[in-house]
Design a protein around this ligand. Structure first.
Ligand code: SAM
Length: 201
C-alpha cells in the first residue's frame, strides 16, 4: 500500500475534520495509553526540536505520533521547499485532521510507528535525515518499543538525527544500545515539561 493510498482508501473516518485542543483532550480520555499527553505540545517544544534538527538542509523528515499536527506544522515551517515529510499516526481522528493540512510536501500514513521500516520500503523512500518522535515509549510493551527503535535506527541515514520528546526516559534505555548516549535538553515551558532526547546515527 502506498502512502497516498493509505490516506485515501477509507482508513479515514472523518473527511471534514478540524480539531481543537478540546478534541485532543477527548482523544486522551478515550485512549490514554496511546495519546499519553493531556495537551498537545507547545511552540516552545517545536522551537527546541527545530533547533536540534538542522531542518534547513533536511530532505526527508519523519514525524512519528504527530497528533493534532503541531510538530508537523513546525517541521513544514522550518524545512525547505524540497523537503518531504512523512507523518505516521495510529489515531484515526488525528489522521483525518492531519490529512487536511494541505501541504504537498506532507504525506500522512495511518499506521504504527513500529512499522516504519516497512513504510519506508513499501514506498521506496530513502533513509530519513531526521526522525522526530512523540510516541509514548513508556506505555508500550517491550516487543513493540524494541521493534520501533530498531525501525527508527534502520530508517535513519548515517549522520541523521533522531529526536524524541518524552516525559519519561524509557526511550533512552531503548535507544542507547544502538545510538549511544543522548544529548538531553529540557523544555520547562511545555505543559507538562518535557525532555528532548537527541541522537545522531
Ligand atoms: C504525546 S502525543 C504527541 C502528539 C503531538 N505530536 C504533540 O506534540 O502534541 C503521542 C502521539 O503518538 C500517537 N501514537 C501512539 N502510539 C503510536 C504508534 N505506535 N504509532 C504512531 N503514532 C502513535 C498518539 O496517537 C498521539 O498522537
Amino acid at each position: 500500500m502506498s502512502i497516498i493510498e493509505g490516506v485515501a482508501t477509507g482508513q479515514l473516518v472523518d473527511t471534514d475534520s478540524s480539531l481543537t485542543v478540546l478534541d485532543f483532550v477527548r482523544e486522551f480520555f478515550s485512549n490514554p495509553a496511546e495519546v499519553a499527553s493531556l495537551l498537545p505540545s507547545s511552540s516552545f517544544l517545536h522551537r527546541e526540536i527545530a533547533r536540534q534538527a538542522n531542518l534547513k538542509s533536511a530532505k526527508y523528515i519523519v514525524d512519528l505520533g504527530p497528533g493534532l499536527g503541531g510538530t508537523t506544522r513546525s517541521l513544514l515551517q522550518w524545512s525547505n521547499n524540497q523537503a518531504r515529510i512523512v507523518a505516521v499516526e495510529t489515531n484515526e481522528t488525528f489522521v483525518a485532521h492531519l490529512s487536511q493540512l494541505g501541504d504537498a510536501r506532507l504525506s500522512v500514513v495511518h499506521r504504527s510507528a513500529a512499522d516504519l521500516r516497512q513504510i519506508i520500503e513499501d514506498n521506496d523512500l530513502p533513509q530519513a535525515d531526521v526522525i522526530v518522535s512523540g510516541v509514548p515509549f513508556s506505555t508500550m510493551d517491550a516487543a513493540t518499543s524494541n521493534a520501533m527503535i530498531d525501525g527508527i535506527y534502520s530508517s535513519l541515514k548515517p549522520g541523521g538525527s533522531f529526536i524524541a520528546y518524552q516525559l519519561r526516559d524509557r526511550v533512552c534505555q531503548l535507544a542507547e544500545p544502538l545510538f549511544g548516549p543522548a544529548s538531553i535538553s529540557f523544555v520547562w515551558r511545555n505543559l507538562p515539561p518535557l525532555r528532548v532526547f537527541c541522537w545522531q546515527k
